[in-house]
Design a protein around this ligand. Structure first.
Ligand SMILES: C[S@@+](CC[C@H](N)C(=O)[O-])C[C@H]1O[C@@H](n2cnc3c(N)ncnc32)[C@H](O)[C@@H]1O
Length: 537
């Protein structure tokens, strides 16, 4: 079936950026904002050539622009550590794809990246060789082709034909037969049959589940542990499946908009639904979010910047801090890790009606600018409510303290840097970049940020410790350790506060004995946000 001797060549038939000039390709797109820290998802090696979309080639490919963009994005992410969403936006712009092709490119690239673990195992079984023995460019072509065969409704002959064409364009032309053979082999079995073969060849049940649902095995174990802490480990498969579905775009309608979420849904019945757990949350029914927001602002007379894209779990986390205890006039609030400012915007809008003020701190200057952008809408309707600064959250300056002054706050949000295991459905490549070895450094930083916040919390004040990770080391263990370190600290009922911020009220399902609240994609259709509320006696 396969032609192994053709596999490792890296020349391009065209001599252009299909592979000839390995470093001279157009690198503009994917490297903008590329995350240079992490390892490559699934460890692709670095031999691949430059951009297809931006390079020169000798003949026009007989393949769609969407597939070329998907291939370029895959390479940007796998080989250059780019963020998929940034690479996609840049490549789509560069290739000038229309809306339909942009949606196809997004599904091809994001879907392939999300499913990488399972696709690679299927390719290994079909090719009868380890994925790391396949030329990286050919492997990426196979991944995109296999994703179309297994998860999209692409006709098998079209998926195989276009993949062979793509291989001719981007890789070793002599491996086109190999691509053809492997993809035909993949297309001969159903998904269920492939899952059975995955199970038969797995190292054990956890490996089978991890590969079938395309998660690293350590992530599967961490998610199971977190569900077990609520007595809900039976929900593991539902959670892993939810991680593999692209979420609908959610919106937050901030205080000051002059209209409720339910009323706005009546004004925009074709574009917006008032569904989801957050009392200020909405869901877009489809289409371009920017256009939907602009249309809603105009028709409902909403001041610009008060209707924003935001996951409803994040909305609940920010609102829980405000709903934890009654707000007194003139309160001072602090958002310690504010970038890019989604929760700051909610806090600032709430502060404006509560006669409170917000100081928003973010360690990165660039992300502090994003916080400034995110609060322009609130600032326009309530000038001076929010101030943005940039310091390390462990330093006194973050809290506005001088050499002889010590500032205290009524409410502090520590939305801590974390592994992000709760937002895997949003970032298709993220699960392959995280390592268990990332955790000790993160949990140490989380503890230090909590300690700094506790030192600047007024007696009777409330600290919300929030992560977009359900990993117990970053959630319950971190909170329990903080309670041990600070004898004057006690935990408040975060479940009650989250329910108070939810349109579902008491029926918002938050099982388990802990006072903290854990949200889940499969159960609440939110990111897996963790919220603990702490108060100083
Ligand atoms: C989970 S994100 C916050 C998300 C934000 N609250 C929002 O809703 O848009 C964590 C943020 O903490 C910032 N950060 C990391 N280390 C920090 C530190 N030592 N002090 C302050 N902020 C830090 C990161 O740059 C990142 O922007």
């Amino acid at each position: 079936m396969s032609d192994r001797s053709n596999e490792n060549g890296s020349r391009s038939r065209s001599g252009g950026n299909g592979g000839g000039n390995q470093r001279g390709g157009n690198q503009r797109g994917g490297n903008r904002g590329g995350n240079q820290r992490g390892g490559n998802p699934r460890g692709g090696n670095q031999r691949g050539g430059g951009s297809v979309a931006g390079g020169q080639r000798q003949r026009r490919p007989r393949i769609s622009g969407a597939r070329i963009v998907a291939y370029d994005v895959l390479r940007d992410v796998v080989e250059r550590d780019a963020y998929a969403n940034l690479a996609l936006a840049a490549r789509i712009r560069e290739a000038r794809l229309d809306g339909r092709d942009a949606a196809l490119a997004t599904e091809l690239a994001a879907g392939t990246l999300r499913a990488l673990g399972r696709l690679d195992r299927v390719i290994e079984l079909a090719a009868n060789r380890p994925a790391d023995e396949i030329d990286p460019r050919t492997l990426n072509v196979l991944r995109i082709g296999a994703h179309q065969l297994l998860s999209m409704r692409t006709a098998a002959h079209a998926a195989v034909h276009e993949s062979v064409e793509l291989q001719r364009l981007v890789g070793n032309e002599r491996a086109a037969g190999f691509v053809n053979g492997v993809l035909r082999e993949i297309g001969r079995s159903t998904n269920e049959e492939w899952d059975a073969r995955i199970a038969d060849t797995a190292k054990g049940p956890d490996d089978a589940l991890a590969v079938r649902t395309s998660h690293p095995a350590w992530v599967v174990r961490a998610l199971r542990d977190a569900l077990r802490a609520e007595g809900r480990d039976a929900e593991l498969e539902a959670l892993l499946e939810a991680d593999n579905a692209s979420p609908r775009v959610n919106l937050a309608l901030l205080e000051g908009a002059g209209i409720t979420a339910e009323e706005l849904a009546l004004v925009e019945p074709d574009a917006i639904d008032a569904v989801g757990p957050s009392v200020i949350g909405l869901e877009l029914t489809g289409g371009d979010p920017g256009r939907a927001i602009a249309g809603a602002e105009e028709r409902a007379g909403i001041p610009s910047g008060l209707l924003r894209v935001q996951d409803q779990g994040s909305q609940l986390a920010a609102l829980a801090l405000v709903r934890a205890t009654p707000v007194a006039e003139g309160e001072r609030w602090l958002d310690l890790c504010a970038g890019p400012g989604g929760k700051t915007a909610i806090l600032a809008a709430e502060a404006a009606v509560e006669s409170a003020t917000v100081r928003a701190n973010e360690v990165s200057d660039h992300r502090a600018d994003l916080v400034r952008d995110s609060v322009t809408g609130v600032d326009a309707v309530a000038p001076g409510v929010v101030k943005v600064v940039s310091h390390d959250g462990r330093d006194h300056e973050a809290f506005g303290c001088g050499r002889d002054t010590h500032e205290l706050y009524d409410r502090i949000l520590v939305d801590a840097p974390c592994s992000g295991l709760g937002a895997l459905r949003r970032r298709p490549e993220a699960r392959w970049r995280k390592q268990p070895s990332d955790l000790p450094e993160l949990t140490a930083l989380q503890s230090e940020l909590i300690d700094a916040a506790v030192a600047h919390l007024k007696p009777g004040g409330v600290l919300a410790y929030v992560t977009c990770s359900p990993h117990l080391a970053e959630t319950r263990v971190g909170v329990d350790r903080a309670l041990k370190r600070h004898s004057g600290l006690r935990e408040l009922d975060a479940k009650r506060a989250v329910r108070a911020a939810s349109r579902l009220g008491e029926s918002l399902e938050l099982p388990g004995d802990h006072l903290s609240a854990q949200l889940w994609p499969h159960r609440h259709d939110t990111d897996a946000m963790f919220v603990s509320l702490l108060s100083r006696e």
